[in-house]
Design a protein around this ligand. Sequence first.
Ligand SMILES: Nc1ncnc2c1ncn2[C@@H]1O[C@H](COP(=O)(O)OP(=O)(O)OP(=O)(O)O)[C@@H](O)[C@H]1O
Length: 769
Amino acid sequence: MTTPDQEQQQEQRRVDTVVKQIKARAKETDRLVAKAHHDTDIIQKNYGDNNSVNTFEVDDRIETNAELQQQKQMVERAVESEAILNRQVGVLKDLSNSPYFGRIDIQDDPADDPERLYIGTASFVDEHQNFLVYDWRAPISSVYYNGTLGKVAYQAPAGEQTTELLKKRQFQIDHGQINNMFDTNETVGDEILQSVLGEQNDAYMQNIVATIQKEQNDIIRDTYSDLLVVQGVAGSGKTSAILQRIAFLLYHSRASLEADQMVLFSPNRLFSHYISEVLPSLGERNMRQVTLAEFLSARFQGLTVQSLFERYESDQQAPATSAAIRDFQEGAAFMAQVDAYCHQLPADKLRFTNIVFNGDVFFTRAEITAIATSLPTAMQPADRFLAIKNTLIKRLKHRIDHEAQADWVNEQIDQLSDEAYHDLLGDKRRGAFQSLDDEVFYIGKQIVTKRLRQVYDAIYNGYFLDTYEQYNDFLAQVDCPAAVTETDWNARIKAFRAGIEYHRIDLIDCAPLLLLRDILTGSGQNRRMQYLFVDEMQDYSLAQLLYIKHAFPLAKFTLLGDSEQALFKGIEQPKQLLERLRDAFQVRRANLITLNKSYRSTLQITNFAKALLPDGDQIQAFTREGALPKVMIRYDEDSALQGLLTEVHQQLEHTHTVAVLTRNMADSKKVYQFLKHHTVATLMADSDRTMPQGVIVLPIYLAKGLEFDAVIAYDISAQNYPDANSVGLLYTIASRAMHHLTLLSVGDVSPLIVHLDPTLFTIEHQVRV
Ligand SMILES: Nc1ncnc2c1ncn2[C@@H]1O[C@H](COP(=O)(O)OP(=O)(O)OP(=O)(O)O)[C@@H](O)[C@H]1O
């Protein structure tokens, strides 16, 4: 019988041998990188030399072009193989520091000898093809995350397999030394998780590969669902799970999936930065990332799109749109009305515009309408639009042919330099035409085509349909529910028109307008994207989600959120939300996974945060001890700001970052104006992509998805958080804190806190004199 010490020594000896082999491989790979780099240099230099050869002689040029193409591909291939080798170097470096974090002993059949498998961030195979380390994403590795000891099943390419799990061991290895080692019967035992959570820093999100929990593993390894919805409480690892899931999918479908075929809709730019290191730390490339505002702005070139934050800020003064209108216009039924409208729209009701060139009408609106009305009425809108485009392009070509013989063109041809003439010939050869006239005609067409490029582009891009007018027509005939009065609706239409006049569009109109445009013009769909992830989905309207679904029709969707953290609307029950989504998305394979355990915060902070919620009981805190949250009460703004400063200084003594979170930007500015005179502080803005250390001040919506060592909520007064509508806000603020939470009130504290069990926090009153 070996003692634990002897066990650890044995394990350390194995680590030593494995690390030695990894280092040897790393050295070899370094050599290959140097060689590859040298090769790339030579090819690149060659390419550069050839690229600058005199290509004036036409015959030479054609050959050179083909050769250059070939060389360009060689350069690309060389750069790619160098990049692959470089990634391998990175992976080996990480492995040599910590080759694995888990071990499982399994026995497929009682007659067999047990097998001992070690699991790490990547596979490592020795020269005899022995797996010294298994990638955490390999099918067998799921046993480590999923199974308790005994009979266990796992998914392999050939179908479900079973085995007997005899032992599960966890390691913490750093610089090749085992610091911690535990045998556990649980999924992934608490000891290691405790120590991982205790040491976190907040500049970048960390990968959780060594401590993935069972439910998180279900999210990560789901390859079945077309729609996977994750409802997870604050800090339950939703974002962590998506990133691990992306890494898993890249491994699982490596033959058919590229990182850029996955897109993550993230809540803000700071968040994009915060999570940017996770995938590289797992040896993978990052997926694409976009915020909703960026996505919409890219689709509305020339218009300023209202962001969710702008709307939230302006709502604080006076909501521009009634709740009834929002419910209606942001729901699935409204999108269905858009769809129905587009599909039954007769050709003569399409809002065409003239195509204008150099101030003159090139194709009239009437001509375009006539083309449209001559088409079969049963045509689908997109087919109809394409047919119109094709007819217009045919007519444009006809006019080009005609114009090619005009005097001005002939004059221009006469004045062409030799080089310009060759350029216009393109890949045609001089003298290859039947006659000189043919050649001149060809050159003439090239000149006119170039000149009329703008008209071609207008046709190609469908600019001859005024989608804003069309949407306006749509709004005017909408079937409103009883809750929306005619006067309100007319005011809404007016607001839309006024916005367009000033090149602005409200968020509420974006999704329906884009859907209308896409259906009528058959554009806007991206069929390359295979997976789409939406984090903080509770901040999206159903109309927006449906539009995103329309825009990425072949993508599988993973939607993650926490209905309790709704900042911009009331809290919705997850079941309700799921039903709405399932109906609206009309997918065959939908799956809901719920995460109820919160890992981010100390027990005391989680208990406080969950008490704010009407149904917070379901939230389980992870037992990591810390101080009770502190409520500070001051009776005027000056003393509140002084109190804030003292608190900031105290927190800075033991943490790197103190986040002062406010309800809105106006409060953040006020706090910042004060703090900046007394300490180094940074005010964060919507456009910021990186977060400094020290004291940062930001409104809660910019802190979505982030976490901080210490959080100070500024002004949690009754005035700021008067009723149940503010629960989501307050809960989101409280749940950003990992270790320390302070809540400062100017005047009476919000009733949401007053009603809490007083043992959940401490109070520090200002002494009134
Ligand atoms: N299995 C795990 N092992 C170690 N750390 C974990 C695990 N799961 C979550 N965490 C940690 O808990 C914190 C919260 O995780 P994450 O940000 O992914 O949660 P979330 O559900 O997206 O939170 P929120 O909705 O509040 O933004 C992070 O610091 C993360 O590293």
